[in-house]
Design a protein around this ligand. Sequence first.
Ligand code: G3P
Ligand code: MG
Length: 251
Amino acid sequence: MWRYPHHILAHRGGGTLAPENTLAGLKAGMAAGFCAVEFDVMLARDGVPVVMHDPWLGRTVPGSGNVYDYDAHELAQMDAGSWFSRTHHGEPVPLFVEFAQYCKAQGIWMNIEIKPAAGFEEETGALVARLAQAMFADELASGQWDRVPLLSSFSAVSLDAARDAAPMLPRAALMERLAPEWRERAQTHGVVALHVNHKQLTQEQVIQVKTAGYGLFCYTVNTPARARELLGWGVDAFCTDRIDLFTPDFA
Ligand code: G3P
Ligand code: MG
C-alpha cells in the first residue's frame, strides 16, 4: 500500500534543472513546487554516507577513483556543480545527514535510495537505515508514517541489512523490471512497495502488484503523457527529471 500523500518526486534532487544530488537540486525542486524527492546515498572511505549517484569520480565531480577512496570531508569539498553549469561551480557533495536534515526541516518527503558500492552493501544499508530511523524517531513513535522516509535499493543485501538495523522504517525493492519472482522477493525483504523502471512496466503487472497490496513507484518518468497513463493504470507515484513539466497538483 502507498500511504504517502506524495505522487511526484524530483529525481536526484532537482531532476535535470540543477546538478543532481545537491542542495541546489533540492532548492530547484522546491522552487518548482516539489515537496518530495528521491536521492542516492553511498559510503565514503571513513564510513560516512554521502549523497552521490556514481560510485566513482569523473562525471559529477572532477577527479578519478572511487567514492570510497575519499573521506567524506574530502568529498564535501569537491565541486559537484561545475559539470552542470558554471553558475553551480563549487556546489558541494552533500553529507547524507545534513541533506536529510535539510529535507526534514523543509518538509520535503524523502525516498532515500541506498546505492552501495560493490562490497559495501550490508554496512551501507544498515547505517543509512539507522541514521534515518534516529532522525525520525518521534514520527515513528507517534505513527506519522506519511512523514517518515521510504528507503529503497536494488541491493537485496542492503534491504535486509536496513530491515535488521531499523525494522520500523519502510523499505521498497528497486527493480529494473518487475522480476517474475517479485512476490517472493517482496515478502522475503518485507517491503511495502516495488520501484520499477516504467519502460518495462505493463498495465497487467500494475494490476497484479496493486491487487497484492503493494505500493508501486516508477522511475524515471519524463513526460506528462506517460505519467498520466501510468497513474491511470494505478501506479502510485513516480520520480521525474523534468520537474519543470509537472505542476504540484498534477497527480
Ligand atoms: O530510485 C529510482 C532511480 O533513481 C533508480 O535509478 O540510477 O537514477 O538511481 P538511478
Ligand atoms: Mg536513484
